[in-house]
Design a protein around this ligand. Structure first.
Ligand code: CAA
Length: 379
């Protein structure tokens, strides 16, 4: 694995960094406070190619590799994790899944607009009683010949209100357990589909997380992704890639907090010298930088293996497990270095500390990542 970034990858990284500083940083505190979805910013991210980075250009995608994607994710996440989770779900769970497993008609109809953010996508697996235990789907998709009758509730859905296209996982043949599950493309506005309550969250408060209710929604058979019963494999395979996105988000949150801590330590004086001249602070920064570097290597390794079309399941789970763990530690230390200023909103690190927690929960909790890793090790 070559750790030198190419010219193209460096250009993508710089473009994402510039975009984050000029377009996302202004207003990020207000969006967090007011729980305001960054609609205008996401639209611009679509125009700049950040919403379908790995998708084939024939579907208006960027045709880029996963390394470029994680570089952009890290830069966007340093500044605004609410924007980056929208980006991650759209890129990794919706565009990637549709491109890999969708029909030509589905790609023409949905993918071309998802890559440009004309449509935003949502991935609907979690339910009130099926979070980590994802095979226990209660939402049903009854086979009615040329359509499915969809009934049930989904919870904690990222982009819940802003999306136009929802990939909904539902049970068609309960007797077949997870092999009877389907993945259906549901459009906003289909009769019987209602967006429910918005969650009032600890972090990523600019991201709109909602419950969704489906009551006798008629979903055409043409909207099924893959063969009958392929839905659970679809969800698991897609989540493997999604975990690289969330790992890079956690990495970005950590490195954003670290950079703010370094800046503050060089500016702030205590006991007659800059904080950065105190060994207690120097050692904290050394630990933070080392953890970030280790997480980055795991993220890049997972991205590299995916690009090489090698098995990346274990690497993605390890990257997410580790990056989300160090995001807790690094953001907490960044707050500590800022002292009292770190505990108020103005200096950004308190938001980053709140944002970090979700990376240990969504797209598979820390405990699920350990299950995935140990199963791969003991296979
Ligand atoms: N990749 C591919 N296939 C996988 C897989 C993986 N990582 N993990 C499991 N599978 C397959 C298995 O091979 C099996 O298929 P076969 O029977 O055909 O071989 C099938 O899935 C069921 O697996 P298990 O028998 O191992 O089932 P289990 O119940 O013991 O474990 C699980 C399944 C791994 C725990 C799974 O339920 C899981 O990953 N849970 C976490 C769900 C999750 O990540 N939710 C996140 C919600 S989405 C989200 O957060 C998006 C967002 O908005 C930000």
């Amino acid at each position: 694995m070559n750790l030198e970034l190419t010219e193209e990858q460096l250009t993508v990284q710089k473009a994402a960094r510039d975009f984050a500083q000029t377009e996302l940083l202004p207003g990020v505190i207000e969006r967090d406070t007011e729980q305001k979805f960054p609609s205008d910013q996401i639209k611009k991210m679509g125009e700049l190619g950040f919403m379908g980075m790995m998708t084939d250009p024939k579907y208006n995608g960027g045709g880029m590799d996963t390394i470029s994607y994680v570089l952009a994710m890290e830069e966007i996440s340093k500044v605004d994790a609410s924007a980056s989770v929208c980006m991650s779900v759209n890129n990794s769970l919706v565009c990637w899944g549709l491109e890999r497993f969708g029909t030509d008609e589905q790609k023409e109809k949905y993918l071309k607009k998802l890559t440009t953010a004309e449509y935003i996508g949502a991935f609907c697996l979690s339910e009130p009683e099926a979070g980590s235990d994802a095979t226990s789907q209660r939402t049903t998709a009854e086979d009615k010949g040329d359509y499915y009758l969809l009934n049930g509730t989904k919870n904690w859905i990222t982009n819940g209100k802003s999306a136009s296209v929802y990939i909904v996982i539902a049970q068609t043949h309960p007797e077949k357990k997870h092999k009877g599950i389907n993945a259906l493309i549901v459009e906003r506005g289909m009769p019987g589909f209602v967006v429910g309550k918005k969650e009032d969250k600890m972090g990523i408060r600019g991201s709109d997380t909602h419950s969704l209710m489906f009551t006798d929604v008629k979903v055409p058979k043409a909207n099924r992704i893959g063969e009958d019963g392929f839905g659970f494999t679809f969800a698991m395979t897609t989540l493997n890639g999604g975990r690289i996105g969330i790992a890079s988000q956690a990495l970005g949150i950590a490195s954003g907090a670290y950079e703010l801590a370094v800046k503050y330590a060089k500016e702030r004086k205590a006991f007659g010298k800059h904080l950065s001249e105190h060994q207690a602070i120097q050692f904290k920064l050394a630990d933070m930088a080392t953890k970030i570097n280790a997480a980055r290597l795991l993220v890049w390794q997972a991205a590299y293996l995916k690009d090489q079309k090698k098995d990346f399941v274990k690497a993605a789970a390890m990257a997410k497990l580790f990056a989300s763990q160090i995001a807790q530690e690094v953001t907490s230390e960044a707050v500590q270095i800022h002292g009292g200023y770190g505990y108020v909103k103005e200096f950004h690190v308190e938001r980053l500390m709140r944002d970090a927690k979700i990376t240990q929960i969504y797209e598979g909790t820390t405990e699920i990542q350990k299950m995935v890793i140990s199963r791969e090790l003991l296979r």
